[in-house]
Design a protein around this ligand. Structure first.
Ligand SMILES: CC/C=C\CC/C=C/CC(=O)SCCNC(=O)CCNC(=O)[C@H](O)C(C)(C)COP(=O)(O)OP(=O)(O)OC[C@H]1O[C@@H](n2cnc3c(N)ncnc32)[C@H](O)[C@@H]1OP(=O)(O)O
Length: 325
């Protein structure tokens, strides 16, 4: 009874706050729009933390980023969190790294002090080498399912985060690495690295949501050319087509520029900002929420095909041969 009453009070408070706020920001929105937005945003995030936790599935309750593969620091003064991928040598995204990232993003979503997040890498030369090819090469059925589902959840949590996000890309960022940065609202990259969705070069196809993430950053024509050819862009080329927003001289500069980008939101009402972001991203997020299983089945059947396994094997051999030189 008490949780129900608190839910009603909290929800009513949220509706009231939003409607009081709307004239200030001159946003025209009707009640049905609000209900749609609230549903999309997972309204429980707006409630008192204790009640929100009680309403959440048990798996989300214990969220706090303490994985060694992911370092999470919070600047208590600014409310800006830094999430650092830490899986040497190249931050290839295996199941455990993805789980660490998910834990960090979900923890920040529950943290009312969080005013923004910077995603970066502890490697001196690689942001992330993308999905760990070993997770897809001769995969174990249960693990590969969990791997893909976790990747979907990471994408949902990052692309649909209510806090503002920046990728401080301090190294190469192919495929899944590029995807992570594309989920962020702003990308700052250090010089002389490469970035892009190069899946076709591996003989695989980037899923629809990888492509829609890229289309959120660069024009359709550029994306079509880049995706079909699997093109990797240098930092300067990426800046030219809008794949990244700024160039930084080094990691420290990238972090400083990221903080500057995030600090502008101190003057913007958080609910107005959040609703705007999530409305812009709504159709891609909704597609994923409704098609997770279909997407998983496509991936599983695709990755199980001998021709795909052969391509991955050849690509891995190429990587090893490069190292041997
Ligand atoms: C329907 C949908 C179906 C499928 C969709 C699947 C989508 C997949 C998206 C992906 O993300 S696939 C992964 C694509 N990634 C890449 O193509 C990157 C490959 N790596 C590189 O280009 C380079 O490693 C680098 C530029 C990132 C870094 O270069 P460098 O610093 O010179 O390191 P090395 O190349 O020597 O690599 C060190 C070490 O790490 C291994 N490795 C690199 N990348 C991966 C990876 N993605 N997965 C697993 N392992 C990787 C590499 O083989 C070396 O291993 P050693 O054992 O030889 O030390």
């Amino acid at each position: 009874m008490l949780p129900t009453m608190m839910f009603v009070i909290d929800t009513a408070g949220l509706v009231l706050r939003l409607f009081l706020l709307l004239p200030i920001y001159r946003i025209k929105v009707n009640f049905l729009d609000f209900v749609r937005y609230a549903k999309m945003m997972n309204i429980t995030r707006q409630l008192r933390p204790s009640l929100a936790k009680a309403l959440m599935p048990t798996a989300m309750r214990a969220m706090s980023a303490d994985s060694k593969l992911v370092e999470l620091t919070m600047n208590e003064k600014t409310g800006i969190a830094t999430v650092t991928m830490n899986r040497p040598p190249v931050n290839s995204l295996n199941l455990e790294l993805l789980q660490g990232l998910l834990k960090a993003f979900e923890g920040l979503e529950d943290d009312r002090k969080c005013r923004g997040m910077i995603l970066t890498s502890s490697s001196p030369t690689v942001f992330s080498a993308g999905l760990d090819i070993m997770e897809m090469y001769k995969p174990k059925p249960d693990r590969v399912k969990e791997f893909w589902t976790t990747l979907q959840d990471v994408w949902l949590a990052l692309y649909g985060s209510s806090f503002p996000t920046v990728a401080a890309i301090n190294g190469h960022s192919p495929a899944g690495g590029c995807l992570l940065s594309l989920c962020c609202e702003y990308r700052i990259m250090c010089p002389n690295y490469s970035i892009g969705l190069n899946e076709t070069k591996l003989g695989i196809v980037a899923p629809k949501w990888f492509m829609s993430s890229m289309l959120g950053a660069i024009p359709y024509r550029e994306a079509e050319l880049a995706l079909t050819s699997g093109r990797m862009f240098s930092t300067d080329e990426a800046l030219k087509i809008g794949l990244i927003d700024e160039v930084a001289s080094d990691k420290a500069d990238a972090i400083a520029k990221s903080e500057k980008f995030l600090s502008q939101f101190a003057k913007i009402h958080p609910i107005a900002r959040k609703l705007t972001k999530l409305n812009l991203r709504h159709s891609a997020l909704e597609w994923m929420q409704e098609n997770k299983e279909l997407d998983l089945n496509i991936f599983i059947s695709f990755v199980g095909q001998p021709i795909v396994q052969k391509s991955l094997e050849k690509y891995l051999e190429g990587l090893k041969a490069k190292q041997a030189k």
